[in-house]
Design a binder for this molecule. Sequence first.
Ligand SMILES: [Zn+2]
Length: 71
Amino acid sequence: MRCSQCDRRDLQPGFVEDSGEGSRGYARWIEGALERGVFGGAKRLGKPRWIIDAYRCTHCSHLEFFARPPE
Ligand SMILES: [Zn+2]
């Protein structure tokens, strides 16, 4: 795996935290453009949630994201 900004191979695994109330502690990826409901929250019922793997380049700090299928 290479950094798409500086082309180095020094990528450090990690994830994007979600510290919102009721969250599981990590952000997830959902297919389709964001649609918001009457209270402003994202409409996401029934949609599969993919786990996001976020790799940080230790040289330039660019983040590379990969979505992992739901378990
Ligand atoms: Zn980089």
